[in-house]
Design a protein around this ligand. Sequence first.
Ligand code: PGA
Length: 256
Amino acid sequence: MRRRYVVGNWKMNKTPYEAQLFVEELFSVEGGLPEDVELGIAPPYPALDRVGATVGPSLVHLLAQDVYQEVSGPHTGEVSAEMLKACGVTQVIVGHSERRRYRNEHEIDLTRKIERLAEAYITPLYCVGETLGEREAGTTERALSKQMSALEAFPEAAPRGLVLAYEPVWAIGTGRSATPAMAADVHRALREMVRSFWGKEAAEKIRILYGGSVTPENAAALFEEEDIDGALVGGASLKVASFLAIARAARRTVPD
Ligand code: PGA
């Protein structure tokens, strides 16, 4: 059975100090962290080193929100996979819709980012999702398969540990989450694409997270869907209480 995974994408929020306070609070919650759910947090770059020193290996994954597609050199303002690794980063979000939209990132760039991550043994968390216009025009699947084409550069096998996140653009930060049935339909379609790329075993193994206005209130219903393997959480991940409530809702076992 796929282990559920809940990741907090903090976006451009929290100083290193605030990030450290969050992690300390998270580790000291009464009753501890849910044991059968993996957790991850994606602080902004300046907080990575400090958070990395606090989370240590394995307990909570440390993610970066982006990486640059070159190894090193004259790229002012950019950060490489090796630099992230040195801060304790084990996974990186690639292809978030805010970067596709506001930073003009296309599949060709995203493939190169995933290649740099693979070289540094870092796992990509690859995001896909349709816009409202695409959903209304009935072209959701076409939009997703174009985004998934960034992975065609890996014909032999999926990039190590690859995690997918389905994040409909119209649901991000809008308070309007996809319904569980809507999300589950897309997750099944994505799993089918993974099967066509890398076979049945890879499709059964890959974790597909849902993202877009996930809250403690709607998380349990989303997690009732077998094909939803966790969540990529923005706004509700900024406070320990709401992040943890979502993580607890992700447990496959019935809480006692
Ligand atoms: P949201 O963001 O939970 O605030 O909608 C999700 C995301 O962008 O990953």
